[in-house]
Design a protein around this ligand. Structure first.
Ligand SMILES: *[C@@H]1O[C@H](CO)[C@@H](O)[C@H](O)[C@H]1NC(C)=O
Ligand SMILES: *[C@@H]1O[C@H](CO)[C@@H](O)[C@H](O)[C@H]1NC(C)=O
Ligand SMILES: *[C@@H]1O[C@H](CO)[C@@H](O)[C@H](O)[C@H]1NC(C)=O
Ligand SMILES: *[C@@H]1O[C@H](CO)[C@@H](O)[C@H](O)[C@H]1NC(C)=O
Ligand SMILES: *[C@@H]1O[C@H](CO)[C@@H](O)[C@H](O)[C@H]1NC(C)=O
Ligand SMILES: *[C@@H]1O[C@H](CO)[C@@H](O)[C@H](O)[C@H]1NC(C)=O
Ligand SMILES: *[C@@H]1O[C@H](CO)[C@@H](O)[C@H](O)[C@H]1NC(C)=O
Ligand SMILES: *[C@@H]1O[C@H](CO)[C@@H](O)[C@H](O)[C@H]1NC(C)=O
Ligand SMILES: *[C@@H]1O[C@H](CO)[C@@H](O)[C@H](O)[C@H]1NC(C)=O
Ligand SMILES: *[C@@H]1O[C@H](CO)[C@@H](O)[C@H](O)[C@H]1NC(C)=O
Length: 727
């Protein structure tokens, strides 16, 4: 599984309802030991489509998807660099009958100017190795050779020049650094050489900085590539499915688990004249550069026989797949000269935003989004497979309007974000600007980032969306086979319940994509080789994955916009919180806090929430199948079948209950994150922490008083949600 791949991208999903934003990597499909046992797996027959659904599904074409993909992958579109691509996106939506325009923000970004790296003997200056720090230009793959191709670099990295001995720090997690200290390996004043994988790259740099290290070099290890390696006999791209040895992973080194968004406007939207904060809290002070595995080999080889050999370090993910010992170093007298020059800019970014106004439920909104910016000219998987899908979704909705006169009951808003890659700037600024309206009307945010990097469907969603997300999979044929998307997803996610492949994150959001596994062609994440040529040759020949994803997202958006009753199962939120509570009990035991900490108020709040969710569910059922003689479910007026509540009132509960989870203020030291059930892990940046206020107080701060305070806040927030749900 390529967990590293999902990274920052899926984080965007959650930002939409920043009211409750939690940041999670969809790839960290955390499986819960407590989930319901496996039931016998059967293929589900394709659920019959309604006439409207049939129009939508038939409208989606691999030919147009490939055209959109070609357009997006043949021009530079680094954050803040391509306004015409934003306008082109809005124009395609407008052609489909969706009112669309650009919304721009003036933000802080930095761009690469120059860099160099040299391995040499300190004593006499003789150079051992000087990496090119460039990816190969391939004849078969036109965009790898574009004159305006983007250098390898880290977004938001610092400018700096340094010469020092260096130490291999594994994946650069806090525990890796602790292990090095325990082993007596000197860190202060050295350069960190770290593997990608595990924690978000910005946290590797942050951890190095916090240990007094002066720079960081990050490399991709072929250990990420499962069976698809040259060492196991597979030819490298473009001749085969293995990783090209020169591939480099670009990416942001922002300290994402502290704050996403424009570092200079934390928590508020950019407007002309707003004060700008210092970005130092969330961007590194030390320079860093990314390198390929081929160019990492001489650096690792020079450490062999120095410091502690990798196997004796005995840390997860320390030893990779290269033919070296992964020794810690440092090698006395062997130094790296590292130079990195970045240019700071306050510059415009452009979101494209399209709106279809709702007819009967105009105070309820479904937002569908995808980012558009890429680290490279290509970006065929990340993010433009998703961008192609959203353009196709707009085309399908336009077709439905044209053929049947359909109009959505709820507002449908399409968003094409800029500057996601640096730290979700486009989406964060937009949410911050439109928060009052979103808080009042948003029902769900549906995100697609990497629409496809391979043939395995994956979803993550907040619990209330699980049922409708799964039901919709039964309406889509997967990759033009005779199997539904549900069949494939269900089969591949054995080992947990149907829902455990989901990651549970922020409020009312869902993130979809399809991924490459360990025996699929390697996806060159954030590299020039994530190109149209790669996509058509290895990633998705025939655009069949694109097509299934487009059908899925379109049907789901349609359902959420069109169903009289918002199709949420709120009880599922209660069951998920039960699972997280069991995890918390283990954390309490593991930190020896049982005697000092009473978590029963949380237990009571979850039980209350679950009871209210079940009661509301029963009411929803009665509204869907009213007893004979009562008014129809679409009635806006009083409804005998629904008891005292009207359909509209039930829908408002579905829309609003999650606001409760964010009602108690932000987490200590990172106030942006307000959701009491989920937050990005402080030390992972990707994987979610559940009940973060309590868990972090116990595990990170080791402060039972603080944990007690967060038991209170967490229970109070869940109580606010429960009171909203209460019929
Ligand atoms: C923007 O992207 C389009 C489409 O890929 C491309 O044709 C155009 O040259 C790009 N513009 C710039 C300024 O790079
Ligand atoms: C430089 O010094 C190193 C050892 O310190 C030695 O191995 C190397 O051969 C020397 N190179 C030159 C060109 O003198
Ligand atoms: C490696 O670490 C594991 C778990 O921390 C421990 O059980 C094991 O004994 C260690 N092995 C060595 C060789 O130190
Ligand atoms: C691994 O490296 C060692 C030492 O440099 C060398 O002897 C060996 O042939 C290498 N193995 C492979 C498979 O390349
Ligand atoms: C949608 O509704 C809003 C608010 O009522 C209105 O300002 C806007 O013009 C409408 N847009 C379209 C495309 O009808
Ligand atoms: C969001 O709406 C809730 C009511 O559902 C309200 O209590 C809260 O103050 C609102 N928050 C913001 C930021 O507007
Ligand atoms: C679209 O799919 C058809 C088969 O259904 C295939 O023949 C065609 O080549 C595909 N088009 C593209 C652009 O991949
Ligand atoms: C909602 O989910 C719960 C458990 O998560 C399940 O027992 C219940 O049947 C679901 N409700 C509906 C209407 O499907
Ligand atoms: C908890 O107590 C056990 C036994 O006294 C001890 O081994 C362990 O280190 C303690 N754990 C923590 C996190 O304090
Ligand atoms: C523990 O948390 C409490 C409540 O936030 C705070 O007042 C106290 O100073 C903290 N204790 C330590 C040792 O940090």
């Amino acid at each position: 599984m390529h967990c590293n791949i999902r990274s920052v991208s899926s984080v965007a999903a959650l930002l939409l309802l920043v009211t409750a934003s939690a940041v999670v990597d969809a790839c960290q499909r955390v499986r819960h030991e407590h989930s319901t046992p496996l039931v016998k797996r059967e293929s589900a027959p394709l659920t019959p489509l309604t006439p409207d659904e049939d129009v939508l599904v038939r409208s989606i074409s691999n030919t147009t998807l490939s055209e959109w993909s070609y357009y997006y992958t043949h021009g530079q579109h680094l954050a803040g660099r391509n306004q015409s691509m934003a306008q082109w996106t809005a124009d395609r939506w407008a052609e489909s009958g969706i009112a669309a325009g650009l919304v721009s923000y003036n933000v802080y970004l930095n761009y690469p100017v120059s860099k160099s790296l040299r391995l040499r003997h300190a004593s006499n200056g003789s150079v051992i190795f000087e990496p090119a720090l460039e990816e190969a230009v391939l004849e078969q793959d036109d965009t790898t050779g574009y004159p305006d191709r983007i250098p390898t670099f880290h977004g938001y990295s610092a400018t700096g020049h340094t010469s020092a001995e260096y130490v291999y720090v594994g994946r650069g997690q806090r525990a890796d650094f602790q292990r090095l200290l325990d082993l007596g390996v000197p860190l202060e004043g050295k350069i960190a050489l770290a593997r990608y994988g595990g924690p978000f790259r910005g946290l590797k740099v942050k951890n190095a900085q916090e240990h007094g290290m002066v720079a960081a070099v990050l490399f991709t290890d072929p250990a990420e590539d499962g069976d698809m390696t040259e060492a196991r006999g597979h030819a490298a791209y473009p001749d085969g499915p293995a990783r090209h040895p020169s591939a480099v992973q670009r990416g942001s080194v922002q300290f994402l688990s502290t704050y996403p968004g424009d570092p200079t406007t934390p928590g508020y939207p950019f407007k002309p004249g707003v004060p700008r904060a210092d970005s130092a809290a969330v961007t590194p002070r030390i320079p860093s550069i990314p390198i390929s595995y081929a160019e990492a080999v001489p650096l690792l080889a020079a450490l062999v026989d120095h410091g502690v050999p990798g196997q004796d370090v005995n840390r997860t993910g320390w030893v990779g797949a290269l033919n070296v010992s992964y020794s810690t170093g440092p090698a006395p007298g062997i130094v790296l000269d590292l130079s990195n020059v970045m240019e700071d800019q306050i510059t415009d970014i452009w979101n494209a935003v399209g709106v279809l106004n709702g007819t009967t439920h105009a105070d309820e909104t479904i937002v569908v989004g995808n980012h558009r910016d890429a680290w490279i000219v290509g970006g065929a998987a990340d993010p433009n497979s998703g961008t192609a899908v959203i353009v196709e979704l707009a085309r399908a909705l336009g077709r439905l309007v044209a053929e049947t006169g359909w109009a959505p009951k709820r507002n449908v808003v399409l968003c094409s974000w800029d500057a996601e890659e640096y730290g979700m700037l486009g989406s964060t600024e937009w949410v911050e600007e439109y928060l009052p309206w979103l808080n009042a009307t948003a029902v769900s945010y549906l995100n697609i980032d990497i629409g496809t990097s391979g043939p395995h469907p994956g979803l993550s969603a907040t619990p209330e969306l699980h049922d409708v997300a799964v039901e919709t999979m039964k309406k889509v044929l997967w990759r033009e086979t005779d199997r539904t998307m549900f069949d494939v997803w269900n089969e591949e996610n054995q080992g947990g319940s149907d829902y455990t492949a989901f990651v549970h994150n922020g409020v009312g959001s869902l993130d979809i994509g399809s991924w490459n596994g360990g025996s699929d062609p390697v996806y060159h994440y954030h590299s020039n080789f994530d190109s149209y040529h790669w996509m058509t040759t290895y990633g998705d020949p025939g655009f069949v994955n694109h097509k299934s994803m487009a059908q899925y997202l379109t049907l789901l958006a349609y359902k959420l916009a069109d169903a009289d009753l918002i199709p949420f199962n709120i009880s599922t939120y209660g069951s998920e919180m039960n699972d997280y509570f069991a995890d918390l009990e283990k954390t309490v035991a593991a930190t020896n806090s049982s005697a000092a900490l009473d978590i029963s108020p949380l237990r009571a709040a979850i039980d209350d929430f679950t009871a209210q969710g079940t009661a509301l569910g029963a009411l929803q059922q009665r509204l869907l199948s009213p007893p004979p003689g009562s008014s129809s479910p679409s009635s806006e007026g009083g409804n005998a079948a629904g008891g005292a509540l009207t359909l509209k009132e039930v829908n408002q509960k579905s829309r609003d209950f999650q606001r409760g989870f964010v009602s108690q203020g932000g987490l200590p030291g990172r106030e942006f994150y307000k959701h009491v059930v989920f937050a990005p892990g402080v030390d992972t940046g990707y994987a979610p922490t559940t009940f973060p206020g309590i868990t972090e107080a116990l595990v990170e701060s080791r402060n039972v008083t603080l944990a007690e305070e967060w038991v209170r806040k967490t229970a109070a927030a869940i109580k606010v949600a429960a009171d909203t749900v209460k019929p």
